[in-house]
Design a protein around this ligand. Structure first.
Ligand SMILES: C[S@@+](CC[C@H](N)C(=O)[O-])C[C@H]1O[C@@H](n2cnc3c(N)ncnc32)[C@H](O)[C@@H]1O
Length: 273
């Protein structure tokens, strides 16, 4: 029987682009993230993942950055078994199932109310995993998240949708709420913000992009000085490049030597506070 989803707002509908990217990665000859749940969701909903006409490069970027952020979460919870995990702007991403943190970790998937309703409908319940339906710009959502434990916070595909002031306020609230923690997100430079408005594959999300773009991690540290860079990860320099389709592998090879050029590709920024 077909699943009827709640009506989603245009901003909430931005979740489909990344879900489609993960489903397409699963079908690739050499998948990177291997997210079968994303693929199964797309099939179950009869969703046309091909409609964005994503080329190999963005599919690889979406999948690889998620893999890297999963890894950051795994390492953090291995060292902090009593941690809190947060996935901000979680969409229909299934990070908590991929990472499978121990029962000592409380996990929170936060997204707007329509998305949260869709998650509850489509994804199985899991002990110690919670869905929070809220606008991240509303300070009250953090009230239901314990503030006395170290936190690992992921914002995968989110920060492009926040203005500079909204991001600053969100980071400030998070850092004041938790005693210590780590935050990671894919970088959005000014180039990325420009390119997302031009590239046909990202037209469905372009009207909702509000970030000015931050060209280097220093710009983020200036915005929130309590955040200290752990590592800026250039996807094109990571070992998974060996499994990229050859066009994307070649582009990575040609740009990996230069930090400025690498920043035009997908990056993951990893900070601690
Ligand atoms: C491109 S999708 C990424 C989804 C998911 N992280 C993934 O990797 O598949 C962006 C998500 O951010 C959410 N989002 C955007 N602005 C938000 C806000 N102010 N508060 C909560 N969620 C927001 C959208 O609803 C959407 O689910």
């Amino acid at each position: 029987m077909a699943t009827t989803l709640p009506d989603l707002t245009p901003l909430e509908n931005t979740l489909w682009l990344t879900l489609a990217g993960k489903a397409l990665d699963y079908q690739a000859r050499h998948p990177i993230l291997r997210d079968k749940t994303a693929y199964d969701l797309v099939r179950r909903l009869d969703y046309d993942a091909g409609q964005f006409k994503l080329s190999a490069s963005p599919v690889v970027g979406i999948a690889h950055r998620s893999l890297i952020m999963d890894d950051i979460v795994r390492r953090f919870v291995a060292g902090h078994p009593g941690a809190v995990g947060l996935d901000l702007g979680a969409g229909l991403d299934t990070r908590v199932y991929r990472v499978d943190p121990p029962a000592t970790v409380e996990w929170y998937d936060v997204d707007l109310p329509g998305v949260t309703a869709a998650r509850r409908l489509l994804l199985p319940e899991r002990p110690h995993a919670h869905t929070v339906g809220a606008d991240l710009n509303d300070p009250r959502w953090l009230d239901e998240v314990p503030g006395d434990r170290p936190a690992v916070i992921v914002a995968d595909g989110l920060i492009g949708f926040l203005s500079r002031e909204e991001l600053a306020t969100l980071l400030d609230r998070l850092i004041r709420h938790f005693p210590t923690g780590e935050i990671c997100f894919n970088g959005y430079t000014r180039f990325h913000m420009w390119a997302a408005r031009k590239y046909p594959g990202t037209q469905s999300v372009a009207p909702y992009l509000r970030s000015p773009g931050f060209d280097t991690p220093k710009d983020v540290e200036r915005l929130e000085p309590r955040m200290k860079l752990v590592r800026e990860i250039f996807l094109g320099r990571e070992p998974e490049v060996a499994g990229y389709p050859w066009t994307t592998r070649l582009a990575s090879f040609l740009t990996a030597w230069s930090t400025a050029l690498s920043r035009k590709g997908t990056t993951v920024q990893h900070y601690r506070f």
